[in-house]
Design a protein around this ligand. Structure first.
Ligand SMILES: Nc1nc2c(ncn2[C@@H]2O[C@H](COP(=O)(O)OP(=O)(O)OP(=O)(O)O)[C@@H](O)[C@H]2O)c(=O)[nH]1
Ligand SMILES: [Mg+2]
Length: 448
């Protein structure tokens, strides 16, 4: 078993060749082990250029900067050393091997950050933001991850928690005086506080939803009859010849994906096999997969050929589509003459996957249906896990509010608030199961 007291080491820079390669050590033995490699450690927090030598033979392996940090003032909160040498895989591996021979253990993925969390250097939401910053797929996502890392999200959760505790204490003190309980509980201040809490959690939820969107993006499936122009639309949106386009119906058999960005929001566009009756096994499998994508999508583009249409078939497909965000898109308007963009009722959208007409409106609409606002500076990144915890807390807060307002049931309200608090604590990791922690950190890269 790995002990939290082991000294751990890993190459912190990306694998492959690079100008600089960094090895990081953390733990009680970090200073002693590094000293055997660099002979004399530089003073704490001073960069010094030193030779890196074999501890037994004294042979020169590399040279570079050595940086020393002392607990608790380091990333992990432990003694830390960074050796910054040349970024070649052979030399870094050699150095790492020597460090491991001196008693360090190879760090697991995310173990440095896990230690930072366990040592109270950051809370769980901030630790997750470290990974999200590294994995960010767009500038907007990176910016939002950086906000969460600074603690913007945690601070918001903390504020709601404080409000919740204040309300809970108010109610619990009322319960201690049963003869006055009813008066206490109908106190206008109490109701106002409880209402504020309901509003506050709703606001936090909607900001968190935006944060999850920025991290995960939105899934948009394109479906329709063969030859409607689905693959052409994928190519048009991706700005690339991603999918094969021919005038043969049934060209696309498999599911194809392209990732695009709309104002920094990642959008996964999914092209599918044309929907029709078919006896051909490969095509049937493609159609089955198309329906699976429809189920998982956040929005569906139901594409119809506006030039050579086949309304009966389209009607059959329409009847099977889910009610969720389905956009009726009429393609090939360069042939049919329909105007580009939405009609008056904002139900039918005319586009041409060939000329690009109407595509701007389509992009704007996708952004709109996800409720995504791109300009907010304070937006933080978030995960589905956070959203689930907030939804759980919201449910409890709403039942507490109704217990207070409609039944004057203080005990019920207090119990709901207690459960809401536990749900909120899961976000920052004050109260989180070990296996969840393991799952979160194992998704990090090694060396972070
Ligand atoms: N004029 C015109 N032709 C288009 C447009 N979009 C697609 N086409 C043509 O329509 C034919 C079918 O296009 P695809 O993109 O392959 O259609 P699909 O829906 O992917 O077809 P399957 O994969 O067979 O289901 C091709 O010949 C395209 O060039 C358009 O907006 N205008
Ligand atoms: Mg196709």
């Amino acid at each position: 078993m790995h002990s939290p007291h082991d000294t751990i080491a890993a190459i912190a820079t990306a694998p492959g060749r690079g100008g600089v390669g960094i090895i990081r050590l953390s733990g009680t033995q970090a200073h002693a082990i590094a000293e055997r490699i660099v002979s004399t450690l530089p003073p704490i927090r001073y960069a010094r250029h030193v030779p890196f030598k074999h501890p037994n033979t004294g042979a020169l392996i590399d040279d570079g900067l050595c940086l020393v940090f002392s607990a608790p003032h380091s990333y992990t909160g432990e003694d830390v050393v960074e050796l910054q040498g040349h970024g070649g895989p052979v030399v870094l591996d050699h150095l790492l091997k020597l460090i491991l021979q001196q008693g360090a253990r190879l760090a697991r993925p995310g173990e440095f950050t896990e230690r930072a969390f366990l040592n109270g250097r950051m809370d769980l939401a901030q630790a997750e933001a470290v990974a999200d910053l590294i994995d960010a797929g767009s500038q907007a996502a990176a910016q939002a991850a950086s906000q969460a890392l600074q603690g913007v999200f945690s601070e918001r959760v903390h504020r709601v928690t404080q409000q919740l505790i204040a309300l809970r204490m108010f109610i619990e003190s009322a319960l201690d005086f049963p003869e006055e309980e009813i008066d206490f509980l109908s106190d206008a201040r109490l109701i106002t506080q409880s209402q504020q809490l309901v509003d506050e959690i709703a606001e936090l939820l909607s900001e968190t939803q935006q944060g999850v969107l920025l991290r995960e993006g939105m899934r948009v499936a394109i479906v329709g009859q063969p030859n409607a122009g689905k693959s052409s639309l994928l190519n048009q949106l991706a700005g690339d010849d991603r999918a094969i386009v021919t005038d043969i119906p049934g060209t696309t058999r498999d599911v194809l994906r392209a990732e695009i960005q709309i104002d920094g929001l990642p959008v996964h566009i999914i092209d599918t096999a044309g929907l029709r009756e078919s006896d051909e096994p490969i095509e049937r499998e493609g159609i089955r997969r198309a329906w699976r994508e429809v189920e998982q999508a956040d929005a569906v583009l139901f594409l119809q050929d506006d030039h050579r249409n086949n309304p009966d078939e389209d009607e059959k497909i329409r009847a099977m589509l889910p009610r969720k965000h389905t956009i009726w898109v009429f393609n090939k308007i360069d042939l049919s003459g329909r105007p580009a963009g939405f009609d008056q009722e904002k139900i039918h959208l005319g586009i041409s996957a060939k000329t690009g007409a109407g595509i701007k409106e389509l992009r704007a609409h996708l952004k709109e249906i996800m409720g995504y606002q791109s300009t907010e500076g304070g937006q933080f990144i978030a995960r589905r896990r956070h959203l689930d915890a907030l939804l759980g807390a919201q449910k409890e807060i709403i039942s507490a509010h109704s217990a207070l307002t409609t039944q004057s049931a203080g005990e019920l309200a207090a119990e709901s608030l207690r459960r809401a608090q536990l749900a909120l604590d899961e976000i920052t990791g004050k109260f989180t199961a070990d296996d969840l922690l393991g799952e979160i950190f194992s998704n990090f890269c090694i060396g972070k």
